[in-house]
Design a protein around this ligand. Structure first.
Ligand code: GRF
Length: 206
């Protein structure tokens, strides 16, 4: 591995299709990066299997082995420091990161969310969109701050909602776009294309 390679940690809890999209984008040489570690809080996450298939190191950090959330977060920080990663990508990671993690890796943690934030943060974003009756939703990549899905927005893709959509069909349409959006956002960060000014993230002009 070249010395100056851009190192990623991917944090997962489940299916791992966004992890797969990042892996594929690296394999296809669209994204010049290396996944140093995949960390899960769920032992049976399908994402761990996907990582292993590609010979990517995985760690399961079991919440049940820690006294409280702070102790868990400390362990997570330790692991992330050990692998000295450049960027931490949350990809379906179902735990809220504590202040220690956020402060230790300021502007180095990103997440993908299946709605056009700030609309419909939190769980079941696609269901929330259908029930609200919006005609467009989408996905958002954002920096992670201490709130829920509230950090500065990096990029978004708009997805239409059709009259006959249900949660499943909308989720599939959005997920497809997530797989395009996430690797591209990582690439922009890797190439230092972004400027962050409080909440506003813009592309640097060349
Ligand atoms: C995605 O919809 C992502 O936006 C959300 O959780 C889901 C994870 O899916 N944060 P997967 O595990 O990447 O397939």
């Amino acid at each position: 591995m070249p010395l100056n390679v851009f190192k990623l940690a991917v944090l997962v809890s489940g299916r791992g299709s966004n992890l797969q999209a990042i892996i594929d984008s690296i394999d296809q040489k669209e994204l010049h990066a290396h996944i140093s570690i995949v960390i899960s809080n769920k032992i049976d996450a399908m994402a761990l299997e996907r990582a292993k298939k590609h010979d990517i190191k995985t760690i399961f950090i079991d919440p049940a082995s820690y006294l409280d959330k702070n102790a868990y977060d400390k362990a997570l920080v330790e692991k992330l420091k050990f692998f000295s990663v450049d960027l931490i990508c949350l990809a379906g990671y179902m735990r809220i990161l504590g202040e220690e993690v956020i402060q230790t890796f300021k502007e180095k943690i990103i997440n993908i969310h299946p709605s056009l934030l700030p609309a419909f943060p939190g769980l079941n974003a696609q269901k929330q969109a259908i029930e609200y009756g919006v005609k467009f939703s989408g996905c958002t990549v954002h920096f992670v701050d201490s709130g829920v899905d509230s950090g500065p927005i990096i990029s978004q893709t708009v997805v239409p909602i059709y009259d006959d959509d249900d949660e499943k069909s909308l989720s599939e349409r959005i997920l497809n776009e997530e797989h395009n959006l996430y690797p591209k956002a990582i690439r922009m960060i890797k190439e230092k294309q972004l400027k962050i000014n409080n909440r506003t993230v813009t592309r640097k002009t060349l």
